[in-house]
Design a protein. Structure first.
Length: 237
């Protein structure tokens, strides 16, 4: 008796039950269905967000990916990022993000919506990206991190964003910069030798000038402090 080759037997059975056209048609239907799922997810990502919670199976969630809105806000303020509905995101989402959404939907038997993205403000109006994070709302101020892509943020971004965090930080930086500029002005530039009195006058001049320049620039560019714009959908902030 000849040994049985299971692969050959399975192939023979397939040839008896299905023609090649039947197989191709079935596979094509599956792929079309999968494409329809992708299109439905993309449509949800670009639609107006009114969802306040998703019915996740709490036992299947990874606790490392659950974040409260206060933690997200602090991160946005520290690094001058935005946390907005996914419909405002103008760059292309990587397919890995779509695949992870599909997996979550299959695992939790739910259609997800209420997507949010954390990213620099420029990414909500330019086709460029730099470390965006895709979230879905859980409810009660909690969000589930689905996918991160792009390049890591520069370690200097937090330092550069610190002056624009709030009004107090900006005034402090202008104050320090004014002191520095006063200190490097050579003797004889104003009223001969530098003394404590004329140094104070120079400092006040520098401080007022820098405040005026800062306010003028802020007004022209429509900029605001990070603590006020982290969840703003308007570009001129």
């Amino acid at each position: 008796m000849k040994n049985v080759n299971l692969e050959e037997k399975l192939s023979q059975l397939k040839r008896k039950s299905l023609t090649e056209d039947d197989i191709l048609t079935a596979v094509k239907d599956i792929l079309n269905q999968d494409n329809r799922n992708d299109d439905a997810i993309l449509e949800t990502l670009s639609a107006h967000n009114t969802t306040t919670r998703n019915n996740f199976d709490i036992d299947l969630l990874e606790t490392d990916n659950i974040y409260h809105i206060d933690q997200i806000k602090k991160m946005c303020v520290d690094y001058r990022l935005r946390f907005l509905d996914s419909r405002f995101f103008k760059a292309d989402l990587p397919y890995e993000a779509i695949a992870k959404i599909k997996k979550l939907e299959n695992d939790h038997n739910v259609s997800l919506s209420g997507f949010k993205i954390m990213a620099p403000s420029k990414l909500f109006k330019l086709e460029n990206y730099d470390d965006p994070l895709l979230f879905a709302t859980i409810g009660n101020g909690y969000y589930y991190l689905i996918h991160k892509w792009g390049n890591d943020l520069s370690p200097y971004r937090k330092v550069l964003a610190w002056p624009f965090k709030n009004f107090e930080n900006l005034v402090f930086c202008v104050f320090i910069l004014s002191m520095f500029l006063t200190g490097i002005i050579p003797d004889g530039t104003f009223h001969g030798e530098k003394t404590a009195d004329n140094a104070g006058v120079i400092f006040l001049f520098m401080f007022k000038s820098l405040v005026a320049i800062t306010l003028y620039y802020g007004y022209l560019s429509g900029k605001n402090f990070s603590v006020s714009v982290w969840d703003s959908k308007y570009y001129n902030n």
